[in-house]
Write a protein that binds this ligand. Sequence first.
Ligand SMILES: Nc1ncnc2c1ncn2[C@@H]1O[C@H](COP(=O)(O)OP(=O)(O)O)[C@@H](O)[C@H]1O
Ligand SMILES: [Mg+2]
Length: 360
Amino acid sequence: MARLTIEALSKYFGDQAALKNVSMQVEDGEFVAVLGPSGCGKTTMLRLVAGFDAVSEGKIAIGDRIVSGPGTHLPPEERRMGIVFQSYALWPHMDVEENVAYALKVQKVATVERAARVARALETVGLTSFRNRRPASLSGGQRQRVALARCLAMQPEIVLLDEPLANLDVHLRASMEDEFATFHKRTGTTMFYITHDQAEAMALADRIAVMDHGRILQFAPPSQLYREPANETVARFIGAGMILPGKLAGEPANGRVAVDILGHRAVIRCGPDHGAQGPVKICVRAQDLAVDRQASDPLSARLRRLVYQGGHFQADLLLENAENLPLALTLPEPCEVAPGDLLPIVLRDGWVVPQTDVLA
Ligand SMILES: Nc1ncnc2c1ncn2[C@@H]1O[C@H](COP(=O)(O)OP(=O)(O)O)[C@@H](O)[C@H]1O
Ligand SMILES: [Mg+2]
């Protein structure tokens, strides 16, 4: 187990920067997810951490050991990291036990210790009774567990995972998420988990680094990303946040402030350094919005569509009088409104988005 430090890391392919001045620290035993759309630089970062590629600028340390940096590049096999890929990369001609033992054999781990480590790893992932099966006779989830056991048997200080569930169907994903969480709890190993799936990241990680275009936009626990997005990109990306234009209409106090949104007054949450008057962007979630026929100054929105979601509807609306901004909110069943209706909408909660656009 070890802390992973990434400092001012950049990676160029030709003159294209795939990673731009990224810094983050993963604490010993922490489960960190790196989340971002395809092409944002996640795999590039993992390959640098694993030692498959050399860094262009910056450094990487595991504990106090610098493994990548100016004039330093430790090869992957000296980094004490385990890696789990999206494709399981198992040997088809070896059974489960041999697959898990293979790297230990290459490392010349003595037979008795090797057997003990393989047995323990297989037990951890619940595959003891499958030890003599070939990969071809296993399900996708079981294969991924073999890959996990193989990585575990190496007793890594850090486990790197690159979209390990991307090839599995929805049901298997949920149970494998559970496996990873259990694995982490049981071993306390530092986990560096890459994914483009925010539900997966939210379910698993202590903290999530949200990436876009080779930068880290915010690095925070899941609920902070959701409740207090650091910028508009994170606000829109996490939990389908809607952004409304507003003006501060008072002094912030105790983390709350009055805002004016297209003539509607609401009191919402804000960060400590939000003293600025003038225009702001406000992040709102579907459950922050409600229909209120008693409100004196509601937003007026036209209902476009109701989507039944079992027990409730998602209502898609367009704000009248603004630049036709779309709004979505949740309405309970039964629902007495119909597409075309004009609805009075109020804000019960929201978040003033800080004005900085990139934190990194
Ligand atoms: N070996 C490479 N040579 C040139 N460009 C690369 C190479 N690897 C990655 N890239 C580019 O770097 C960017 C980030 O890629 P990648 O890290 O694979 O993204 P992600 O894993 O988030 O989908 C992409 O624009 C990709 O085309
Ligand atoms: Mg990738």
